[in-house]
Design a protein around this ligand. Structure first.
Ligand code: NAD
Length: 275
């Protein structure tokens, strides 16, 4: 198996699309959000945007990412919003359930649930994908979604929103991401089914399916050994997205303005498409 280095250290930022580029206008005023993987990448961008739109935000993350989480907590608090840090491993069902309870208790409720944390690994050949590898990806990307959603649903009131992060991999799977692509297709189906179930209670659920995004995660859609500078080159923009370029879609789907949007998949792929 060939692992690729994280992107964050390798690429220069694209000017004008950074974190500071998102300005809120109070669209999520008084709302309470939980974002898994909120310390890093796409989840970080969504968490900061939510706070800039007036929401209190709880972020969950792996304990070894405490330093990143502290930064995000600081940025949320700088907006005058409440920030809650929840460190733990979402491979554990008991932690997933406890984490949701803790978020609800510290925020005083829950209106926006973003299940975004994920893992990706390259395996060139089917023979190299061990049961342990497969299991871990399933747990983090798919089981945790069920555990977290199931724990959260009883707290969600009419007007609440669930958002999941899938991937373009659900629609255009790379041969080297068998397990990952499978979980991402699963996330799409799970979210659509959940959306049909929850709409009776006035709760909406939608999927964001990013294409290449410049984060610490290994580049999706790439190949083992692919040059980092080629990541996202085949998008209409000749580059991957910056995480902040995903944030407006999360904000829209979380907001009351999305009142007729349910069970939909929003591609943010730079023109590659999810259909
Ligand atoms: P990232 O590495 O910056 O973030 C991943 C997050 O998941 C981290 O915050 C990490 O704490 C969390 N996480 C991973 N394993 C965990 C575990 N066992 N327990 C608790 N938390 C865990 O990467 P990102 O690109 O921002 O990824 C966010 C989501 O976007 C993922 O679901 C990923 O599959 C999806 N995605 C990313 C891309 C891309 O090109 N970066 C493309 C499509 C979809």
């Amino acid at each position: 198996p060939q692992e690729m280095p994280g992107l964050a250290q390798k690429m220069e930022p694209v000017p004008d699309h950074g974190e500071e580029s998102y300005h809120g206008s109070g669209r999520l005023k008084g709302r309470k959000a939980l974002v898994t993987g909120g310390d890093s990448g796409i989840g970080r961008a969504a968490s900061i945007a939510f706070a800039r739109e007036g929401a209190d935000v709880a972020i969950s993350y792996l304990p070894e990412e405490e330093a990143d989480a502290k930064q995000v907590i600081g940025l949320i608090e700088a907006e005058g919003r409440k920030a809650v840090a929840l460190a733990g491993d979402i491979q554990e069902e008991t932690w997933c359930r406890a984490m949701v309870k803790e978020a609800v208790s510290q925020l005083g409720g829950l209106d926006i649930l973003v299940v975004n944390a994920g893992r990706q690994q390259y395996r060139e050949k089917i023979e190299e994908l061990s049961t342990e590898d497969f299991d871990r990806t399933m747990k983090i990307n798919l089981y945790a979604l069920h555990w977290i959603a199931q724990a959260a649903v009883p707290y969600l009131q009419p007007g609440a929103a669930v958002i999941t992060t899938a991937s373009i991999q659900a629609y255009h799977p790379s041969p080297f991401l068998l397990d990952y692509a499978t979980t991402k297709a699963g996330i799409v189906a799970y979210t659509k089914a959940l959306a049909k179930q929850l709409i009776e209670k006035g709760i909406r659920a939608n999927v964001v399916a990013p294409g290449p995004v410049w984060t610490a995660l290994q580049p999706s859609g790439g190949q083992p050994g692919e040059k980092v500078e080629n990541f996202g080159k085949d998008s209409d923009f000749g580059r991957p997205a910056q995480p902040a370029e995903l944030a407006p879609v999360y904000v829209l789907l979380a907001s009351q303005e999305a009142s007729f949007i349910n069970g939909e998949v929003y591609g943010v792929t730079g023109g590659k498409g999810v259909a």
